[in-house]
Design a protein. Structure first.
Length: 387
């Protein structure tokens, strides 16, 4: 192999092995934490930031009220940013709190911080949803139970509520691969789970304090995650606490969403890696280093595309190192298949897989245009209300 290409090969090989290790770890059941530090029911604030989400927010708020948790112990709080007056009127008919916010440049972090400034009531736990999220009826009970077992930072199990076309099916599969590799697999090996931006829950005071330090345009959850891990706060994955999430079904929305994600991943990976390396050796902070390292790995679909193309070209033309390229591609494909839940092994998923080349090209475009997400919030509109 060419000496100049060796560092690239090592980077790709490490990325493949990283995914394989945690994919295998995800095959085992998560151990239950049976130690109890607290008892009883805690008061919960459910934050639902809604930026121009007139189509779905009333339905989302209605469904958020359908919890088995005692109604006097949780408050649904819709953070209304740029909603229409008729939407606000419909929301105020519900037994919820509506907090209106307005910014020159709207971001989820600013909306949450402004809401904290207006709230006078005391809560124990904050739950954060997206405007399209629907909690399973027992979600808050499971959050409360985990909190009583000592968890201050919790990530629920986000799953798809729609699969109306190939793109949304691929997005649903991608979500579950993330859940298995970056959440369940990590937790099974004693590491922190990854946050995902919604379906999350926190100790109320802790979240308020950490959010007050954040003013990210995009990827606030990435900055929050790094800050928490640097303080050695453990992020617990609640595999059986489900939140239904709308998957993107349009190419433009997919591109905007991935551009935003890639921009946040690159920015926080580069900003944190040096400090994370120092923290690893000085304080033994493996979680913080692992998260920073994770941000520097290539996005999964881009990695898959590069490996497949490299394997094809090197094998067809018998270029030196073709055996290694083929091996890496096979191993990576195996890792991804291990992380895909068995329910997706069907004809519908096979048909959706035909769109992988197109989505790979979209990811490359998103990667190339990530700089625009540094200064602009790229909103992903939602449409479906079914769950």
């Amino acid at each position: 192999m060419n000496t100049y290409l060796l560092p690239i090969f090592i980077y790709l090989a490490f990325s493949v092995v990283y995914n394989l290790v945690f994919a295998v770890a995800s095959l085992f059941r998560i151990k239950k934490n049976n130690s109890s530090h607290l008892t009883g029911l805690n008061k919960i604030a459910v934050f639902i930031p809604a930026y121009k989400e007139d189509t779905i927010i009333v339905d989302t708020a209605n469904k958020a009220l359908a919890q088995y948790y005692p109604t006097d112990l949780y408050q649904v709080i819709v953070i209304a940013d740029s909603l229409k007056q008729e939407t606000l009127a419909d929301l105020r008919k519900l037994p919820i709190k509506v907090v209106e916010v307005s910014f020159e440049k709207s971001t989820k972090a600013r909306a949450i911080n402004k809401t904290y400034e207006t709230l006078k009531e005391y809560f124990d736990i904050t739950v954060v949803l997206d405007a399209d999220n629907v909690m399973e009826p027992d979600f808050l009970n499971k959050i409360n139970e985990a909190y009583n077992h000592g968890a201050n930072v919790m990530q629920g199990h986000r799953i798809a509520k729609n699969q109306q076309n190939g793109l949304s099916t691929l997005d649903a599969i991608s979500e579950e691969i993330n859940n298995n590799i970056y959440r369940k697999g990590h937790q099974n090996l004693g590491l922190s789970s990854a946050l995902i931006g919604s379906g999350m829950a926190f100790d109320y005071k802790l979240f308020k304090k950490e959010m007050s330090r954040i003013d990210a345009i995009g990827g606030f959850d990435k900055e929050l995650e790094l800050n928490l891990l640097k303080q050695k706060q453990k992020i617990v994955y609640l595999q059986d606490a489900f939140v239904y999430d709308e998957k993107v079904s349009e190419m433009k929305a997919f591109g905007n969403q991935r551009t935003r994600w890639i921009a946040a991943q690159i920015r926080y990976g580069m900003q944190s890696f040096g400090d994370a390396l120092i923290q690893l050796f000085k304080r033994g902070n493996v979680d913080y280093f692992d998260k920073s390292l994770q941000f520097l790995l290539p996005p999964r679909l881009i990695l898959l595309g590069i490996l497949v193309l490299t394997a094809i070209v090197t094998t067809v033309f018998q270029i030196a190192g073709w055996e290694l390229s083929l091996l890496l591609t096979t191993v990576y494909g195996t890792a991804l298949m291990l992380a895909v839940p068995r329910k997706f092994f069907n004809m519908n998923s096979l048909k959706a897989a035909m769109q992988l080349p197109r989505t790979f090209l979209l990811m490359l475009v998103a990667f190339g245009g990530y700089k625009k997400a540094k200064t602009n919030f790229l909103h992903t509109p939602h449409q479906t209300v079914q769950s």
